[in-house]
Structure formats: structure tokens, C-alpha cells
Design a protein around this ligand. Structure first.
Ligand code: E4P
Length: 218
């Protein structure tokens, strides 16, 4: 499973990239707002840090305006992945941006039929929003399962990018189902390493080691 980080916070991105954990980054207009920075400037900085796809979202809702914005975003760097919303205009833009050879992430997916349309439009990634579905009182993970089955049935190449992840369990479940990518907030990504028995075991090993009076390498 590939890990993308869901943030426009350059400090967090640099830290996770240095750990060797990052395969890409996703941003959206809300995350750009949170960063307090200009989209072109912060996206360029992120693209210079991370080798993989960096999703930058169009904000127009009409096809030709989306295409204009996509051209501006694509000029920022070769690894910019254009993010478009799951609307008819967004799907049309997806098809044409893909024809130009650029990666596209179709976002705001809440149903299997939407995911089917995105695959038919040639999307590189489909972003089902797990957490926001859970918030409605239904199981977001069922959507990942449905999309996986449909994409496998027809051999679609579109990668399932599990988004709106809120918990470490979301990551585990998405991986068990076989989502290709999870885009995860920085804190949740770092929390994947935690286990109380790891901490307890390490504490015991260090205490016992101190009693040996030895040191390695000196
Ligand atoms: C995905 O690309 C989105 O940026 C993101 O996962 C949305 O998550 P949220 O529901 O926590 O805002």
C-alpha cells in the first residue's frame, strides 16, 4: 500500500518524507487555507520535497474553467496530480487532462457508481471519503470494498485512494481490502507505529541492558 499524507504543511511533509514513509501528498482548498500560503508557492515547495504525485485541486466548477486552472496547476511541477471534483464537468475535465498525459485524482467520491464513472473517465486515482461517510452513520469501508470489487471485475487501472481517513483502524481496514493508496493526516500516519507492548518491551530491554554494564561499539 502506498502512503500519501493529507496536508499542505511543509514541515510535516518534510519530516515524513525524511522517514522514508511518503509516496505522495494530497491537498485540497481547505488544507491550503489551513497552511495560510499561496497555492502555487506551497505546491511547488511540496513537489520539490516529494518525488510522488502531489494532488492540487481545481476550484472552478465549469469544464472550460477547470481546464484553464488545470493548465496553471500543471505548470507548477511534473509531479502535480490534478484533482477534480466528481461532477459531470469534473469527469469531462478528467478525460481531457488524462489525454494530455497528466495524472488526475477524482475527489469527493461517496458512491460506487461515482467511482465507476471516474474509472471510465480514465482517472489515475479515485478518492472515496471514508471518514465523512462514517460521520453520516454508515460504514465508509463498505464503499472501499464495493469499488475494489467493481474495479477488479473490469480490470480498471484507476487506483483506489482511501481518503478522509481519521483513525489507524481506517488504514488497516483499507489495506486489508486492498486499496492501493491511503492518504492519511500526519498525526494518524505517525500513530501507525505505536503499540503499548513495543514501548513496554523496549523499556524492559533497556533496563536489562543497563544491568549488563556493557556498551555496543566502545
Ligand atoms: C482527500 O484528498 C481529502 O483531502 C481529505 O482526505 C479529506 O479529508 P477530511 O474529510 O478529513 O477533510
Amino acid at each position: 500500500m502506498k502512503f500519501f499524507v493529507d496536508t499542505a504543511d511543509v514541515k510535516e511533509i518534510r519530516e515524513l518524507n525524511d522517514l522514508g514513509l511518503l509516496d505522495g501528498v494530497t491537498t485540497n482548498p481547505s488544507l491550503i487555507l489551513k497552511s495560510g500560503r499561496k497555492i502555487a508557492e506551497v505546491t511547488k515547495e511540496i513537489c520539490d520535497i516529494v518525488d510522488g504525485p502531489v494532488s492540487a485541486e481545481v476550484t472552478a466548477t465549469e469544464y472550460s474553467e477547470m481546464m484553464k486552472e488545470a493548465k496553471v496547476l500543471a505548470k507548477i511541477a511534473d509531479n502535480v496530480c490534478i484533482k477534480v471534483p466528481l461532477t459531470l464537468d469534473g469527469l469531462k475535465a478528467c478525460k481531457d487532462i488524462r489525454s494530455d498525459g497528466r495524472m488526475v485524482n477524482v475527489t469527493l467520491c461517496f458512491s460506487a457508481n461515482q467511482a465507476l464513472l471516474a474509472a471510465k473517465a480514465g482517472a489515475s486515482f479515485i478518492s472515496p471519503f471514508i471518514g465523512r461517510i462514517d460521520d453520516m452513520g454508515t460504514d465508509g469501508m463498505e464503499l472501499i470494498e464495493e469499488i475494489k470489487t467493481i474495479y477488479d471485475n473490469y480490470g480498471f487501472q484507476t487506483e483506489i485512494l482511501a481518503a478522509s481517513i481519521r483513525t489507524v483502524n481506517h488504514v488497516k481496514m483499507a489495506a486489508l481490502i486492498g486499496a492501493h493508496v491511503a492518504t492519511v493526516p500526519p498525526a494518524t500516519l505517525k500513530a501507525l507505529v505505536k503499540h503499548p507492548l513495543t514501548d513496554k518491551g523496549l523499556e524492559q530491554f533497556l533496563a536489562d541492558w543497563a544491568k549488563t554494564g556493557q556498551s555496543i561499539g566502545s
